[in-house]
Design a protein around this ligand. Sequence first.
Ligand SMILES: Cc1ncc(COP(=O)(O)O)c(C=O)c1O
Length: 358
Amino acid sequence: MVVSSTSAQGVSWLLASGPIAAENQVLRWIADLAAMPEDAGGCFVSGGSAANLSALVTARETARVQRGRGAHQRTRIALSDQAHSSIANTLRIIGVEPLLVPTSGDRLTGQRLRATLTADPDSDDVIAVVAIAGTTNAGIIDDLDGIAGVAQEFGLWLHVDGAYGGAGLLAPSVRDRYRGIEHADSLVIDPHKWLFAPLDCAALLYRDPAKAKAAHAQHASYLDVLETDSQTAWNPADYAHHLSRRTRGLPLWFSLAIHGTQAYIDAIEHALTLARQTAELIRCTSQLELIREPELTAVLFRRRGWSARDYHTWSQRLLASQIGYVAPTGWQGETVARFAFLHPHTTLDDVRDIIATT
Ligand SMILES: Cc1ncc(COP(=O)(O)O)c(C=O)c1O
């Protein structure tokens, strides 16, 4: 594939094949990382929020067709309280209610999902489940395999939000934590997060792109006339809630062609190693307390004796002094500190400098 060939070969291929082919090549690369089927496909959108919206619109429309559900029938989607805020926003926009599934150790599991569905007398109106491959706050990967099994059992659409954590699929040290991701009906990974692409780049993939096309393709006399000569051409506008779009996947294609995929693997493993080393450093620092072992690259910690105000003052002081930016976050009702490592040039010495200020 061109993304692993020399840059000169890649550019000639790009000139001959065009930017949509290049975007599709990157989407295929991501689909392969997730072990999605050969005919999986999708498009790039502006961000994880837009991708979650388009994916769940597809889930809702598919359920309407497959289950013969009317537009005004109550419809619900299962999720945990760890889902990103864009999921709640999406449900509000598309008129779908949440079915909140309690987590186990802050993780959504197949067991908890099954128990919630079984106990719910109206579970017939649940059409999909959202699993997270790397929660925003703590980098927790849901029990994807278990959830996939229950989704199949109850006929639910499985949406996997890997906007932040999906890039970890590249890293051999954590790849097995994603087992089950290959069953996703839709998958989101944001290259503008942990795949180092410029902002405005989210990859949205569907197991069966025809379902997304049925939900999203726009038809009008002034559009359909353009399709007549190229009925079989792949039009990325058909797979999300957009029409005009720029080729958001192209910067990533270029970067992959220039740097090669190994550079990405190395950069991702670097951040994972740094998160583990940081956890160890926190454990050895008497005034600090590690909140949970990092699964990916988010590291939550507590400074003993600090109030919420102390965390905010410290964070602002760190930023003003240009040592680093470590924003506080909330964890189970408490304000705590959170490292979120992505940049491959962040070092353990940088972390030591920050910890020395606590
Ligand atoms: C898991 C998850 N989903 C969705 C989003 C939203 O992504 P975006 O800001 O690109 O819309 C984020 C952002 O942090 C995220 O972490």
